[in-house]
Design a protein around this ligand. Structure first.
Ligand code: F6P
Length: 370
């Protein structure tokens, strides 16, 4: 029964994204208006199952209206997050010095009972939502998810909050790089995040009028990229801007992964520098690389992201009130509704290579190196 809810927990998991605090604030306001208590679990689920990390006993903290005052415009998350250590496969040191993945989800479920939580609002990306869904099934918990990621790669929702802010920042960076590229007659390579999807690269690259955009969805040939730079040179355009998604893939299947460790998702990095070195050697043009990296996750959410976050947070509470569980709130314009977490979990939404934005880019003469 939905109306027996008295106390709910909120967690934020995965990489931070601008708008997390706005979701938390909306959840607290909507829930307390219904007479429910709200508690924040710190750092994903760590606050509830790793008490040794919280010697002051503050792994789970009460979230009152007072506590969430003035946070809508703040980046980050006031309850902390982590993108390490899935509790179902938690890396634990063994007696022989090696690490082994161990299922510690039972400790979280026990923690939920101990605190008397009637439901969980899990704010996160594909990984965190999948964990929330597995917890719901294993512990018979009532769970509603809120989709978050600057990468915009979640199925079932037209947008995730944080993406608009990241694209706006990247576009501004590309704008700024135009003047220095033009003045020095250089090639500037801009590497952006996005994991295995090219949403940030495509949207900021087209908006910022880049000359080349490399994304995971369209494998590239570096010689084709060099041809584009040389063609511009011949046409009297002595500078070029190349936007590289961190997870872009060469035609031979090569990607640039810097970390692949137990308990950690593979981490991309270094592709921008590699592309810059290749382009300098193929074209003879001075080339520089700028990695926007975590700058894309910081700062004030745009008005679009704030509004989306507030709508998602309030909708998650309404979903619980209606008796929903195992669902995630999604943007389905003009409304926000709910779909089963299963339709989102363990899936990645890639940029359709025949999408209008890609076709627009091609019509504008932007090369994808294919
Ligand atoms: O999923 C968001 C994201 O920002 C990705 O685009 C990026 O690959 C990843 O997080 C980096 O995570 P971190 O450096 O925090 O481990």
């Amino acid at each position: 029964m939905a109306n027996d809810i008295k106390r709910i927990a909120v967690s934020t998991g995965g990489g931070d994204a601008p708008g997390l605090n706005a979701v938390i604030r909306a959840v607290v306001h909507a829930a307390t208006r219904r007479g429910w208590e709200v508690y924040g679990i710190r750092d994903g689920y760590n606050g509830i199952f790793l008490p040794e990390k919280y010697p002051n006993g503050d792994g789970v903290i009460p979230l009152t209206r007072e506590k969430v005052r003035g946070i809508t415009h703040l980046g980050g998350t006031i309850i902390g997050t982590t993108n390490r250590g899935n509790p179902f496969n938690y890396p634990m040191p063994q007696a022989d010095g090696t690490m082994k993945e161990v299922d510690r989800s039972g400790e979280i479920i026990d923690g939920f009972k101990k605190y008397g939580f009637d439901a969980l609002i899990a704010i996160g990306g594909d990984g965190s939502l999948s964990i929330a869904n597995d917890l719901a099934k294993r512990g018979n918990l009532r769970v509603v998810g809120v989709p978050k990621t600057i990468d915009n790669d979640l199925e079932g929702t037209v947008a995730t909050f944080g993406f608009d802010t990241a694209v706006s920042f990247a576009t501004d960076a590309i704008d700024r790089l135009h003047s220095t590229a033009q003045s020095h007659h250089r090639v500037m390579v801009v590497e952006v995040m996005g994991r295995t999807a090219g949403w940030i690269a495509v949207n900021s690259g087209v908006a910022g009028t880049a000359d080349v955009i490399l994304i995971p969805e369209i494998p590239y040939d570096i010689n084709k990229v060099a041809e584009k730079i040389n063609a511009r040179e011949k046409a009297g355009r002595s500078f070029s801007i190349i936007v590289v998604a961190e997870g872009a893939k060469a035609k031979d299947g090569t990607t640039s992964v810097v970390e692949r460790e137990l308990g950690k998702a593979e981490r991309f990095g270094g592709l921008g520098e590699k592309v810059a070195a290749q382009i300098q050697s193929l074209t003879g043009k001075e080339t520089r690389c700028v990695v926007l990296g975590h700058l894309l996750r910081g700062g004030t959410p745009t008005a679009f992201d704030r509004l989306l976050s507030l709508r998602f947070g309030a909708a998650a509470v309404r979903a619980l009130e209606e008796g929903q569980s195992g669902v995630v709130v999604v943007l389905n314009p003009p409304t926000v509704n709910y779909i089963p977490i299963e339709q989102v979990a363990h899936r990645v939404r890639l940029v359709p290579v025949d999408s209008d934005t890609i076709l627009t880019a091609r019509d504008l003469g932007i090369s994808f190196g294919d």
